[in-house]
Design a binder for this molecule. Structure first.
Ligand code: FAD
Length: 371
């Protein structure tokens, strides 16, 4: 069977990889939009300390974090690509002892069915700074060793490379759905009409405009995020833990002195990828307040990405109502690097008629369509 995947962020790249690996003929079409979420993402994989209470969201994020343990070794064996994944642990900061105790309690409870959290420790001020040296002296933290960071750009590249090794074709261009008397006839790209048995839309915040011409009103909204990349000279940043301050901002590091701090949350209707003075001020001031040791770091660049949100801030996946050949998943929001590879694997199973590991009813795609 021939499959076409439209949109190769983390979700489409993972879907294409799993389909190609399962033996399907796969064509991936990607427009390489400025503002692609995967390209800009920070890369924190640590869903367990979140205070968000939504069970469906947590199940998916938890499953996603766990799935990395299977995916990364497989990709490393299949390609020579660096996936940018490393289990460096995370520290969740607080001044308040009772808040820290609550956080430990929550982590211990969650570990009962998520052993991949691994070690949970309470860190004093000194241990906290040991995990991320630029931090100020005033924080204690909860450390979980199973948390990781991943470079979305590298992981996406590795997934697409592996998909190509399994026979997938990659096309750069703008895909449009071609509708023939109520059913999808094919996909038009670069002036050519391609036919397929199944067409999968993983187009992030741009899925709305892709589905509109066939008369569908898909509710995906874009939240703009600005995120700064810094360089810290003369420091081995490769093992620093991910830092989650009490706010919704964060800091994390990669190899070669790279530190990433972010991010803004801006409602966006125009897909404007400008880096703004206010955005840079916000991310830098929040980061430097908790980590004054970064004052002298070099500001390398500020990236912009659009987080795709579907109703209820919950991802959706399924067959597009009324269209037999058409499938979609979306709404990965602020945690798509965590859940995207896993949801892509599930989407591949769904289109190939296999049994899923998640309960589809929890992520009902019909909820994202309005008359
Ligand atoms: P995208 O990555 O946006 O990909 C969609 C793709 O579809 C694009 O390449 C686009 O060009 C293509 N496309 C659209 N329309 C068409 C068309 N008509 N034809 C062809 N191609 C098309 N998640 C975490 O788990 N941890 C984090 O630390 C984290 N940090 C983040 C920080 C920032 C700044 C941002 C923006 C996001 C962050 N996220 C994080 C969330 C995560 O990045 C997203 O949820 C995820 O990347 C969404 O992936 P996607 O594949 O759905 O969309």
């Amino acid at each position: 069977q021939q499959m076409i995947v439209i949109g190769a962020g983390i979700l489409g790249a993972s879907t294409a990889y799993h389909l190609a690996k399962a033996g399907f003929k796969v064509t991936v079409i990607d427009r390489q939009d400025a503002g692609q979420a995967t390209e800009a993402a920070a890369g924190i994989v640590c869903p367990w300390l979140s205070q968000r209470r939504n069970k469906a969201w947590y199940q998916l994020a938890k499953g996603g974090a766990k799935y990395y343990q299977q995916l990364i070794p497989a990709l490393e064996a299949e390609t020579d690509q660096d996936t940018g994944y490393k289990k460096v642990g995370a520290i969740s900061l607080h001044h308040d002892e009772t808040k820290l105790e609550k956080m430990i309690e929550r982590a211990l409870k969650r570990r009962e069915d998520a052993p991949e959290i691994e070690e949970i420790k309470s860190y004093n001020q000194e241990e906290t700074r040991g995990a991320f040296p630029p931090l100020s002296n005033d924080f204690q933290s909860v450390y979980v060793s199973g948390a990781a960071r991943v470079d979305g750009r590298k992981l996406r590249k590795a997934l697409l490379k592996a998909a190509e090794l399994y026979g997938a074709d990659m096309i750069h261009g703008e895909a449009a759905l071609v509708n023939d008397s109520g059913q999808i006839e094919g996909v038009k790209v670069n002036g050519e009409l391609l036919h397929a048995d199944k067409i999968i839309v993983t187009a992030g915040v741009w899925a709305k405009e892709l589905l509109e011409p066939i008369g569908l009103n898909f509710q995906v909204s874009a939240q703009k995020a600005q995120i700064a990349h810094l360089h810290v000279p003369d420091a081995d940043t490769s093992e620093w833990s991910v830092v989650q301050p009490p706010t919704n901002h964060y800091l994390l590091s990669f190899d070669d002195g790279k530190v990433v701090v972010g991010a803004t949350h801006e409602d966006e209707h125009q897909f404007n990828t400008n880096v703004t003075a206010g955005g840079v001020l916000e991310v830098l001031s929040k980061a430097l307040t908790v980590a004054p040791g970064l004052q002298a770091a070099t500001l390398i660049e500020t990236k912009v990405g659009f987080r795709p949100f579907t109703p209820g801030f919950l991802p959706v996946i399924g067959q597009v109502p009324g269209y037999e050949k058409l499938y979609a998943a979306n709404g990965l929001g602020a945690s798509g690097l965590t859940s995207g590879p896993y949801l892509g694997a599930q989407l591949a199973k769904l289109v190939s008629g296999e049994e899923l590991d998640i309960d589809l009813a929890l992520y009902n795609i019909e909820d994202a369509f309005m008359e």
